[in-house]
Ligand binder design. Structure first.
Ligand SMILES: C[S@@+](CC[C@H](N)C(=O)[O-])C[C@H]1O[C@@H](n2cnc3c(N)ncnc32)[C@H](O)[C@@H]1O
Length: 358
């Protein structure tokens, strides 16, 4: 023990003082998510979006139908974080008033470009429970934090709990409405010559609706588990097919698969990818994957790389074998699934595109 204390790292007084300040963000870090969730549930950003002028605290509380005093404290917290903007009205004895910021606009419950639904999913009790099981997931090989909390994996849980399934589908579609337009704008060539496209694990079909609208020559097949497909709406140019990607995938010119492979371990991904390969023409087919590529993001955009690392922790908590992968790890499963070549395309989104050819 004596020898150990000799090798103990010495820190400066300044470093220790800084750590004593920084540690509070871990003690109370959950308040950021909790207060943002509360703001989304109250619909604060949705109400501000409907107003042309800054809204006073009194008007905001009456529009939301809530009490002024707690709302004031919540708004003080959120303006301190730069989520809303606070001003004072110009008349004598001016009143506190609030306006939207680019960040608060992303925190609406609805709307085209908002991740409110995603925050409501991640902060929901079923998604928070597995985080309390995470250390046992790390200690016991093959154990799953989600199963530890719920007794079944995330997709079986969703199939048995329609309210939770809707939370997942709404969250995925909110993210798709932000990321798919970036893919359409920056990679249109990927969809040239593709007359039919299957979206494997396509959720409620939001992604395919956008792709079919942008590239109207495509016939889209939205493919997902039967309990997901049973709740989707019909859209022109789109077919909804229920099934299991581990069994078989509908045939098409190309396959699109976004944020599905990261839910699974390497062996499962190889099975899914082999099924994808079998469903496309050997000479002209392709599989278009939209997934995080950890080292590519590190190279091109450090802030998005941080998102990928958080997403990797989400995979650790919510899936049994899922993970975010590096270029080398993607190459390894694509080779094992028998693809002859593949390319990586970095875009300004959490995911990159990986295009693989049979
Ligand atoms: C993380 S979500 C991604 C949804 C969508 N691709 C997106 O990015 O918006 C994963 C999807 O895979 C689907 N899924 C899970 N297991 C599946 C299976 N065995 N066969 C087909 N789809 C499956 C889920 O129902 C879910 O919609």
């Amino acid at each position: 023990m004596g020898g150990q204390s000799q090798t103990k790292t010495k820190f400066t007084k300044e470093e220790e003082a800084q750590a004593e300040i920084d540690v509070w963000k871990y003690v109370f870090g959950f308040t950021d998510m909790a207060i943002v969730k509360c703001a989304i549930e109250l619909g604060i950003a949705d109400v501000l979006e409907t107003q042309d002028e800054p809204v006073t605290l009194e008007d905001l509380s009456s529009l939301l139908g809530c009490h002024t005093s707690p709302l004031h404290r919540i708004m003080r917290f959120l303006t301190n974080r730069g989520i809303f903007k606070e001003d004072v009205t110009t008349e004598e004895g001016g009143h506190i008033c609030y306006t939207q910021t680019p960040m608060s606009r992303l925190l609406r419950r609805g709307g085209d470009k908002s991740l409110g639904a995603f925050i409501l999913l991640e902060s929901s009790p079923p998604m928070l429970a597995p985080w309390h099981e995470l250390s046992s997931r790390v200690m016991i090989k093959g154990s799953s934090a989600f199963e530890g909390a719920h007794g079944e994996d995330v997709w079986t849980y969703a199939a048995n709990n329609p309210t939770h399934s809707k939370l997942i589908n709404d969250a995925m579609s909110s993210h798709a409405r932000i990321s798919v337009p970036v893919i359409i704008e920056h990679c249109p060539e990927v969809f040239e010559g593709v007359n039919s496209l299957v979206d494997v694990g396509g959720g409620d079909g939001t992604t395919l609706q956008m792709l079919v609208k942008a590239f109207p020559w495509i016939h889209g097949i939205n493919f997902d588990l039967p309990h997901v497909i049973s709740t989707t709406t019909n859209y022109e140019g789109l077919e909804n097919v229920g099934g299991d990607m581990f069994v078989s995938i509908p045939k098409a010119d190309a396959i699109y698969i976004m944020w599905v492979l990261h839910d699974w371990g390497d062996d499962e991904c190889i099975r899914i990818l082999k099924n994808c390969r079998e469903s496309i023409p050997k000479d002209t087919g392709k599989v278009i994957m939209a997934e995080a590529v950890i080292d590519l993001e590190e190279e091109k955009c450090k802030q998005l790389a941080n998102v990928s690392l958080m997403l990797d922790m989400v995979m650790l908590a919510h899936t049994t074998n899922g993970k975010e992968r590096t270029t080398k790890e993607w190459a390894s499963i694509l080779n094992a699934a028998g693809f002859s070549s593949y390319t990586f395309k970095r875009i300004q989104a959490v995911q990159s595109l990986i295009i693989a050819y049979p």
